[in-house]
Design a binder for this molecule. Structure first.
Ligand code: ZN
Length: 89
């Protein structure tokens, strides 16, 4: 097997980030505790995907335990700003 791949320069080192370099993410209600076991479900028409069936898939969301609002920062950018209601059981 050829192993003469030129050794490229090592990838740029990321700065070491420790938790004391981070800042808390806060909900609009002031809450700083979130749960991550919620999902929204998105679907895509088969006309868009070219598949034989519509595609349906869950997207995990992080929700404030205080007000149950979705933490927008954790959403994929395409889904932010959408008001997604969580229906209480
Ligand atoms: Zn909240």
């Amino acid at each position: 097997m050829a192993s003469n791949i030129p050794t490229s320069s090592p990838p740029p080192r990321r700065p070491q980030i420790t938790l004391d370099h981070t800042s808390p993410v806060t909900c609009s209600c002031g809450g700083q505790v979130f749960r991550g076991d919620y999902f929204i479900v998105r679907e895509a028409s088969r006309l868009l995907t070219g598949e034989t069936q519509d595609s349906v898939g869950p997207v995990q969301v992080v929700v404030c335990v205080k007000c149950e609002e979705i933490l927008q920062k954790m959403l994929p950018p395409e889904l932010r700003e959408n008001k997604v209601e969580i229906v209480q059981k």
